[in-house]
Design a protein around this ligand. Sequence first.
Ligand SMILES: Nc1ncnc2c1ncn2[C@@H]1O[C@H](COP(=O)(O)OP(=O)(O)OP(=O)(O)O)[C@@H](O)[C@H]1O
Ligand SMILES: [Mg+2]
Length: 246
Amino acid sequence: MASIQSIIDVTSISLFLYPKASYLPPVPPLIQTTNLTRSYRLGKKSLTVLEGVNLSINRGEKIFLCGPSGAGKTTLLYTLAGLETPQAGNVTIDGVDLYALSRAAQSRFRNQRIGYIFQNYHLLPELTALENVMVPGAIGGKHHHDQALAALSRVGLAERADHLPAELSGGEQQRVAIARAIVNEPDILFADEPTGNLDSHNSAAILDLLLQLVSEKNTTLIVVTHDQALARHGDRVLTIKDGIIA
Ligand SMILES: Nc1ncnc2c1ncn2[C@@H]1O[C@H](COP(=O)(O)OP(=O)(O)OP(=O)(O)O)[C@@H](O)[C@H]1O
Ligand SMILES: [Mg+2]
């Protein structure tokens, strides 16, 4: 049997010959875009919103995306999340070329891997808070009652489960939207101005909640905000202007 000393000797020699940096393969970014281009046709005119955006985002990063109104923040978020097909370029998530997938496969991928908090909540008005949070499960073919209730509890709204969106405050509706976005435990959470309609007290509470939820599971978080003070809570701030990331 090898002595402890000989094992230590062999280990030190290998560390000397192969320093860590040279034998550990580099970790590829979770999200990568190349030359992402998106324009809209308005009559005879074309409006270019994304002009060859190249981005790399690592797993677990917390990114804040800023830029003036109309700069293309929502368009970029939609395109990264598989909700809006670019005219050129591609989005690769965990090695999967998103827009090379069939529509059905894209939708499955989004349902399993991505959570999205829309700019204006986008709750279904005729469904209760709990039913809204059950929607992603239903899309994935599952009856998600218990998970949905657990997600509502995580955002402190279990007691409002049977309320319709119209019977909830703005901050509560936003929390339902967050619960719906996290119920499938996504790898990536996109949030488009999650505090845009809230006062400063509720904004801080929503941001704390988001950061707490993502740190529990090392979820990658990409948040659009106008608020530079909020943006300081992330790992990186990206600014979009004139179709490019400055
Ligand atoms: N479906 C569409 N058809 C035509 N133009 C569009 C469409 N969607 C967005 N645009 C235009 O693209 C530009 C970028 O829109 P986008 O919603 O991405 O901006 P934004 O940065 O999210 O703005 P805000 O901060 O006001 O939410 C705007 O000038 C908008 O008018
Ligand atoms: Mg927007």
